[in-house]
Design a protein around this ligand. Structure first.
Ligand code: DGL
Length: 270
């Protein structure tokens, strides 16, 4: 099947990367809206316009299903996209439910973009699943900028992370929920900050599993690492990449995407 995956930028690659593990036989189109990133500080009307334009682009190119690999765009646009288009549209939301259900008593931190934190979708989710009021929310918009610059390990990144968390007592947290797909690139930095016992929870595995279920596809529960060679094949054979509508099929931009896939592969089991 031809599956379209989109995000404001490179965050959604983490969902595509997970799909390489679970659905290696499928065909993908990955669309990063590099001209409009970041979405997390834009107005809902702007984000909805971008999401509609991208969905139409992907449908036009033959997508049979769409994954909105962006928590921000999902919180603003998913209802309207589903109203307008009849193909399966899979969204993403911060994985609060597994975090609450999989842990006991101690606090849970959800990091996301300002838009995701402000929108009703997350508030409704918390209302449903966080009856013990264990969840705290924290916006981390600059991580999106760092990720887009391919800056993952610098002092500036570490200082930003520790600065944002400094108002909280890290020893109280049993889980950190990554409520923005861009945040997957920084797992080593959260691990360094929180230590070995805090769970790092992202929504990627669940999203791809859900995609497979909706499409009636068999999901491989392939947790082993993909080799560099296998990645190359999947990137080149199974995927068409677009930056705001422009096809990326070679040169430095494709190298950049490959480096990001390898980074995500490394971050997968931290
Ligand atoms: N990757 C996006 C998300 O999952 C949004 C990042 C942004 O553009 O602000 O929320």
């Amino acid at each position: 099947m031809k599956i379209g995956i989109f995000d404001s930028g490179i965050g959604g690659l983490s969902v595509l990367n997970e799909a390489y593990h679970q659905l290696p036989e499928q065909e993908f189109m990955f669309y990063a809206d590099t001209e409009h990133v970041p979405y997390g500080v834009k107005t809902p009307a702007q984000i909805l316009d971008y999401a509609v334009e991208i969905t139409e682009f992907l449908i036009d190119k033959g997508a049979e299903a769409i994954v909105v690999a962006c928590n921000t765009a999902t919180s603003v646009a998913i209802k309207e996209l589903r109203r307008r288009y009849s193909l399966p549209i899979i969204g993403m939301e911060p994985a609060v439910k597994p975090a609450v259900e999989g842990t006991e008593n101690r606090r849970i931190m959800v990091i996301a973009t300002p838009v995701t934190i402000r929108e009703d979708k997350l508030k409704d989710l918390l209302h449903r699943v966080d009856q013990g009021h264990r969840v705290d929310l924290l916006a981390m918009p600059r991580l999106v900028e760092f990720a887009e610059r391919e800056e993952f390990e610098s002092e500036a990144v570490k200082n930003y992370i520790s600065g944002r968390f400094s108002a909280f007592d890290k020893n109280e947290y049993c889980a950190l929920v990554l409520g923005c797909t861009h945040f997957n690139y920084f797992k080593s930095a959260y691990r360094e900050y929180f230590g070995p016992d805090t769970l790092l929870i992202d929504g990627n595995h669940g999203t791809v599993k859900h995609l497979a279920d909706v499409l009636g596809l068999h999901a491989d529960d392939n947790i082993s690492e993909l080799t560099e060679e296998k990645h190359k094949i999947l990137c080149l054979r199974n995927t068409k990449y677009f930056f705001s509508g422009r096809r990326i099929d070679g040169g430095e931009e494709l190298q950049h995407l490959k480096r990001l896939h390898l980074r995500l592969e490394k971050m997968r089991n931290i």
